[in-house]
Ligand binder design. Structure first.
Ligand SMILES: [Zn+2]
Length: 348
């Protein structure tokens, strides 16, 4: 899977890692720096991922009568273990359900941490296409990244040995520490396969709480799952909808429009997204749906007028969306145009 075109800040090594490596830094202290566990309503939290060397997804944490459900497991087992420790500060109940909202690395690679922490007692739930995506793309990518990151670490060591400038050395050291930590995680990733899959929906009835795990249709990937709490009027959306801009390379844009329309028709007041903070109302659903519609419409028109993929950037106007979707300014537009052009023209 191509790398997420997320804001550069999210790809940069941060103080978090350095602090975590300091002698005497307690494990909880390091863990607390990975997520802000925000209470959304009684028994429902959003673990908002802080910036990290390798991006982590958020996790939704839903407390049930007999245990806890966690949606998404970040990019690495160490991050999942950190969240497991953080969850212990809000409940004594065991984690019994984990949902992978889709197959991208930053949402499932921590699965193994849950299987290890709650052996035989936790189900990892995914839609059938998401489980397939993990089998056919997610796991091969982990293996490829072990090779790539081992090379990166060696390269970092060579650069560090050659660097003389203090500031430069500090930067290389920071990146090297992040790469080494991620490589260690990848090598010790454990079992990541979902243990339970569903086609359209899976509903948990647990005391007063009803949790609907739903596949509404293809969108950002072919298997995006949402988790709906009808009584609380809350919905967890993974990357089908989040607080930044859409990541499109694995998407099905025309289906995505329809799936967002289906989402818009549902009765909810707040969204727990895969990235960024809690979203109020349906504004972001409408924004993403309108943006993808506009992108496709403009590309259809340009293609019909004989515009080539290379010239597309001069013929469409997507800059106008930056004001309402600031992360778009960080380089996603060319990738969106490429995806849209190939979708419209069905060219290789
Ligand atoms: Zn993501």
């Amino acid at each position: 899977m191509p790398r997420h075109k997320y804001p550069s800040a999210y790809r940069v090594a941060r103080l978090t890692i350095l602090l975590a490596l300091l002698p005497g830094a307690g494990s909880l202290r390091a863990q607390e720096q990975l997520f802000d566990l925000k209470k959304v309503t009684d028994g429902v939290y959003l673990a908002v991922a802080r910036e990290a060397h390798v991006i982590n997804s958020n996790a939704a944490v839903i407390i049930l009568d007999d245990g806890v459900l966690v949606a998404d497991t970040h990019s690495k087992p160490s991050a999942a273990r950190a969240l497991i420790e953080q969850i212990k500060t809000i409940t004594d109940k065991p984690i019994r359900y984990v949902v992978d909202t889709h197959f991208h690395y930053d949402h499932f690679q921590g699965n193994g941490a849950y299987l290890e922490a709650f052996p035989g007692a936790v189900e990892i739930i995914a839609s059938e296409p998401t489980r397939d995506g993990i089998v056919h793309r997610g796991i091969p990518r982990i293996k490829a990244e072990i090779i790539q990151y081992a090379e990166k670490v060696e390269q970092g060591k060579r650069r560090l040995a050659a660097a003389t400038d203090e500031e430069k050395r500090a930067e290389i050291e920071k990146n090297l520490a992040g790469d080494q930590e991620y490589l260690h995680d990848l090598k010790n990733i454990g079992d990541v396969l979902p243990t339970m899959s569903f086609e359209k929906s899976l509903v948990l009835h647990r005391g007063d709480r009803v949790v609907q795990i739903l596949f509404l249709g293809r969108g950002h990937t072919d298997g995006d799952t949402v988790i709906y709490l009808p009584k609380e009027k809350l919905i967890c959306t993974g990357d089908l909808l989040h607080a930044w801009d859409p990541y499109m390379p694995d998407s099905h844009p025309y289906d995505w429009i329809r799936t967002l329309q289906a989402l818009e028709r549902m009765d909810f007041e707040r969204i727990l997204p895969g990235h960024g903070d809690v979203l109020e109302g349906k504004g972001q659903v409408i924004l993403w749906r309108s943006y993808i519609q506009d992108l496709m419409k403009q590309v259809e028109k340009a293609y019909a007028e004989g515009v080539s993929e290379e010239d597309l950037i001069d013929k469409v106007d997507l800059e106008k969306w930056i004001e309402r979707m600031p992360t778009l300014a960080e380089g996603a537009i060319p990738a969106h145009l490429r995806k849209a052009y190939r979708e419209v023209s069905w060219e290789e």
